[in-house]
Design a protein around this ligand. Structure first.
Ligand code: FMN
Length: 156
C-alpha cells in the first residue's frame, strides 16, 4: 500500500510544502482544484471568506483521477482559512471515501491554526487522523524550522 499527497493551495505555500514532501519521498501528488477559481484579489477573498466562516462552506471541486484503493495513507495539505481548513479540502473529505485509511494533515498558516485538525477529524470520522503538523509562514517566508519539517517527513 502506498501514500499519496493531496493538497489545495491558493498562494503557493502549501504547494511548496507538498512538493518538498514529494521530492523527499517520491509519493504521488494530487492538487485539488475548485471548479470556480477564487478571486485573485487577496483582500476580497479574505473578506468574503470571513463572512462565510461559520457556514462550513463546501465548494465544487474538479474530479480527481486516482484510485484510493491503492493507498492506505493520505497526506493532506491545506492552508488555514479563518481558523479551519479551506472549503476545497472540506469538499474533498466529503466527496471521497477515506474510510479505514490514515490521514496525516499538514496545515500552512500565519500563526492561527484554530480548530483545523479537529475539523479534519470531524469530516473524516472513519479515518485515523494522526501526526499533524502546523507549518507557519509570514506571507511567503517559511517561519517553522525547516529541520522540524524534515523530521516530520522522515517519520511519515
Ligand atoms: C481567506 C484567508 C483566510 C486566512 N485565515 C487565516 C487564519 O485563520 N489563520 C492563519 O494563521 N492564517 C490565515 N490565513 C493565511 C494563510 O493560512 C497562509 O498564508 C497560508 O500559508 C496560505 O497557504 P497557500 O499559500 O498554500 O494558499 C488566511 C489566508 C486567507 C487567504
Amino acid at each position: 500500500m502506498k501514500k499519496v499527497i493531496v493538497y489545495y493551495s491558493y498562494e503557493g505555500n502549501t504547494k511548496r510544502i507538498a512538493e518538498f514532501i514529494h521530492n523527499k519521498t517520491g509519493y504521488d501528488v494530487v492538487l485539488i482544484k475548485p471548479v470556480v477559481p477564487y478571486t485573485s484579489d487577496y483582500q476580497k477573498l479574505v473578506d468574503e471568506e470571513e463572512e462565510k466562516m461559520h457556514q462550513e462552506e463546501v465548494v465544487e471541486i474538479e474530479p480527481i483521477h486516482i484510485d484510493f484503493d491503492n493507498y492506505d495513507t493520505v497526506i493532506l495539505g491545506t492552508p488555514v482559512w479563518w481558523y479551519t481548513m479551506t472549503p476545497p479540502i472540506r469538499a474533498f473529505l466529503k466527496k471521497y471515501d477515506l474510510n479505514g485509511k490514515a490521514i496525516i494533515p499538514f496545515a500552512t498558516n500565519g500563526g492561527w491554526l484554530g480548530t483545523t485538525f479537529d475539523d479534519i477529524k470531524k469530516y473524516a470520522p472513519n479515518s485515523e487522523v494522526k501526526d499533524p503538523i502546523s507549518i507557519q509562514f509570514d506571507k511567503n517566508t517559511l517561519v517553522t524550522d525547516q529541520e522540524e519539517i524534515e523530521r516530520w517527513i522522515n517519520s511519515l
